[in-house]
Design a protein around this ligand. Structure first.
Ligand SMILES: [Zn+2]
Length: 421
């Protein structure tokens, strides 16, 4: 019996020691690895990835002892999204292409299945092709390749884009990508498939493509914001940390977008701070807002600002964290030019404590969840890390290549900054 008790005591001690030894960076790595793993399905709208992530965050909030507003951690809202939950296959002259690497479906793509003959449209036959098409026999087995290389005139380019959507009402459309794919979430869908193929994978000598692409338009898909808080010594004012947890989800059943930097990293920072403040009682109440559907058009935070859980005027300051995984070249502060006093505080702390290489500022931008708060007059920063990996909105934004080197210093900077607010 006694031996059992000693064993239990020792294991408690060991757990205690390892727990204390965990650095913010270790903590961040663990969370990023989890959220960017295949079992969260890219935190989008296939296989309930988004909802699974929200539940994971709610459980973390409960584990840290965070309080909730109105006895609920999740605030639900509905969105319309175009998804690709089943098959996304493409072959060019019989050669199978790799989803996410050789090609992507465009966010607004519809479905197409079958073999199609390629009709190549580029600077040599555009826009005369528009006239010619009237007399051409465009069968149901034609796919249009739109190659905009060499078209520089702004108006012609705009026409080319418009033409793309017109053509997608006739048959599948293939566009060409010169650099890297950057995916997003669509809110409508074309009649046929629209695919973007790497230029190196297709040429004018190719004759035929085989497609099996199936989209599913989800109307009124339920997403949620996860919100909890730590009570401060002064209960009248609120400081807010926000970070979106959602990402782009899946493209078929074999390809997912891990979103390690965007924004498993910001979510990891949010959770780290939630855990930290749950054992370090802050001056003011600190609210942790983990928003859904940011990638779908900043919709979670929009819904929140229209349905706030406490008056928005009570927010003394909001710090939005989106892309927190690098920092080799410092951080950038959106709204740094409008909240000069706060920006100076942040830059001064960083300089004195030598946390990050540099704190850069820029003006307002509608590029993450802080935006709707700024619109409603809530003082807010959106901070993102600079340098390091270039993967963004593609299949390469993985936890394996995101070292979180500055995560610990970044977390200290945020804690010191909050102290001065
Ligand atoms: Zn993001």
């Amino acid at each position: 019996m006694l031996q059992n008790k000693i064993t239990i005591l020792i294991s408690f001690l060991i757990v205690g020691i390892t727990y204390n030894a965990q650095t913010p960076q270790d903590f961040g790595k663990e969370i990023v690895k989890t959220l960017a793993s295949p079992s969260f399905f890219g935190r989008g709208y296939v296989n309930n990835g988004s909802q699974k992530t929200a539940n994971y965050i709610e459980n973390k909030f409960k584990e840290y002892g965070l309080k909730s507003f109105n006895n609920k951690y999740q605030q639900y809202f509905n969105i319309n999204v175009n998804t690709f939950p089943t098959v996304v296959d493409l072959s060019i002259d019989g050669k199978k292409m790799i989803t996410g690497k050789d090609f992507i479906v465009e966010p607004v793509s519809g479905s197409s299945k079958g073999k199609y003959t390629l009709l190549w449209i580029d600077s040599t036959n555009f826009p005369t092709i528009i006239e010619k098409m009237k007399s051409m026999r465009i069968g149901s087995s034609t796919a249009f390749v739109l190659d905009q290389k060499g078209i520089h005139n702004k108006d012609t380019l705009a026409l080319f884009q418009e033409f793309k959507y017109y053509l997608s009402s006739l048959g599948p459309v293939v566009t060409l990508e010169d650099k890297k794919f950057t995916w997003s979430v669509g809110h409508q869908n074309a009649k046929h498939a629209i695919i973007s193929v790497l230029r190196t994978k297709i040429s004018k000598s190719n004759k035929e493509i085989t497609l099996n692409i199936k989209n599913k338009f989800e109307e009124n898909y339920t997403s949620s914001n996860v919100i909890g808080y730590v009570e401060g010594r002064c209960k009248k004012k609120y400081l807010v940390f926000s970070a979106h947890y959602d990402h782009l989800g899946m493209m078929g059943q074999d390809t997912y977008f891990p979103g390690a930097n965007d924004n498993a990293s910001g979510t990891a920072m949010l959770l780290y701070l939630a855990k930290y403040y749950s054992t370090h009682k802050p001056k003011y109440n600190i609210v942790f807002m983990s928003f859904g559907a940011e990638e779908a058009g900043i919709l979670g935070s929009k819904y929140y600002t229209e349905n706030p859980l406490f008056p928005l005027e009570k927010i003394k300051f909001l710090t939005n964290l989106d892309l927190a995984g690098t920092g080799d070249e410092g951080i950038k502060v959106v709204n740094g030019t409008i909240h000069k006093k706060e920006f100076k505080k942040l830059a001064k702390i960083n300089l004195e404590k030598k946390y990050l290489q540099k704190v850069h500022f820029r003006g307002p931008a509608a590029n993450s969840d802080h935006y709707w708060f700024t619109q409603k007059g809530v003082p807010a920063f959106f901070i993102y890390t600079l340098g390091g990996i270039k993967a963004y909105h593609d299949v390469f934004d993985k936890s394996e290549t995101l070292p979180l080197t500055e995560f610990t210093d970044y977390s200290k900077l945020l804690i010191d900054f909050l102290d001065k607010l």
